[in-house]
Ligand binder design. Structure first.
Ligand code: 13P
Ligand code: SF4
Length: 302
């Protein structure tokens, strides 16, 4: 089917199903373009909690759709490709989290939203890259366990006086943004602002001017007087940046910054998802209840 026909089909099915399409900032350009809302993990969680649609088609990865289901358990939440996972989220499971907790008894657990529902259910509070520092600061404890992203955790540690115990997880896509790629771009574009997602390594973050979540990057660039940016994150964000800022220039550090899981969602799969009502995300009730408490804590924090 041609792209225009597919788009028309998606619009027709969306209205028939009373569905809303939410897309993460790393989605393919054409998927972002048909979405009702494009945003970062925190914004998408908020939208999922607020929507009065019957069906949420979540164009992102599994943990994001699961978070939407936890926040809207009576709605149907569809992930157009069930294989769209997050390797970082898979670096921790309940057994490993319990082991980690047993080594540091009494410390609260802050779980990055990039975790499975089971892991969230075993954690005290969640965070996203947009609110991680605020979430850690909100806890009445001098030290916290931070899972699973050691890079986001190290970034938070640099912004708080609390002791952060790191778990050794990481994002394979952000790890492929090497400091030498950033240095190459800086040499080629000496006036460019270097802006990065906190999933980048500490070595890359040390070379940057601004650190923010994906939508934080979008907002910073929209408000900036500067004309050139080296953007250290998954390259799907470039689509929105170029659309919103046609007169600004953006440079990619290297060409390995592609999350293959985010790219598993295509227009065809969105259409099939609405047509066949697949793949429905299901989370057991007791996990929903416990994970919800951890997510609600973070959604309330700005
Ligand atoms: P954001 O919450 O900043 O959108 O990041 C989500 C993510 O998976 C980054 O790799
Ligand atoms: Fe997971 Fe990294 Fe992909 Fe984000 S970019 S979904 S953290 S693998």
């Amino acid at each position: 089917m041609k792209a225009d026909d597919l788009t028309a089909r998606i619009i027709e099915l969306k209205s028939r199903r009373n569905a809303v399409i939410l897309a993460h900032n790393y989605q393919l350009a054409e998927v972002q373009d048909i979405a009702d809302f494009v945003g970062d993990s925190l914004e998408l969680s908020r939208k999922a909690a607020e929507t009065d649609a019957d069906v949420i088609v979540f164009c992102g990865v599994h943990f994001m759709a699961e978070t939407a289901k936890i926040l809207s358990p009576h709605k149907t939440v569809l992930l157009p490709d069930p294989r769209a996972g997050c390797p970082m989220a898979d670096m921790i499971d309940v057994a490993r989290l319990r082991e980690f907790k047993a080594r540091y008894p009494g410390l609260p657990v802050v779980a990055y939203v990039n975790t499975t529902a089971d892991v969230k259910a075993e954690s005290d509070i969640c965070c996203t890259s947009a609110n991680a520092v605020k979430v850690v600061e909100s806890l009445d404890a001098p030290a916290v366990l931070f899972v699973p992203d050691k890079c986001l955790g190290a970034y938070v540690a640099s912004r708080t006086s609390k002791r952060i115990v790191l778990y050794p997880g990481y994002c394979p896509t952000h790890h492929r943004i090497l400091p030498e790629y950033v240095l190459e771009q800086k040499a080629a574009h000496p006036d460019a602002v270097v802006i990065a997602h906190p999933e980048c390594t500490p070595e890359v973050l040390a070379l940057t001017d601004v650190i923010a979540s994906t939508s934080g990057i979008v907002r910073h660039i929209a408000q900036s007087e500067e004309a050139e940016f080296i953007v250290c994150t998954e390259r799907g964000l470039m689509h929105r940046l170029q659309q919103d800022n046609p007169n600004k220039r953006f440079y990619n550090p290297g060409n390995l910054n592609i999350c293959p899981n985010m790219k598993k969602i295509t227009l065809e799969k969105v259409a099939w998802s609405l047509q066949d009502m697949v793949y429905s995300i299901e989370v057991p009730e007791d996990i929903i209840r416990k994970a919800r408490a951890a997510i609600d804590g973070m959604v309330g924090i700005g």
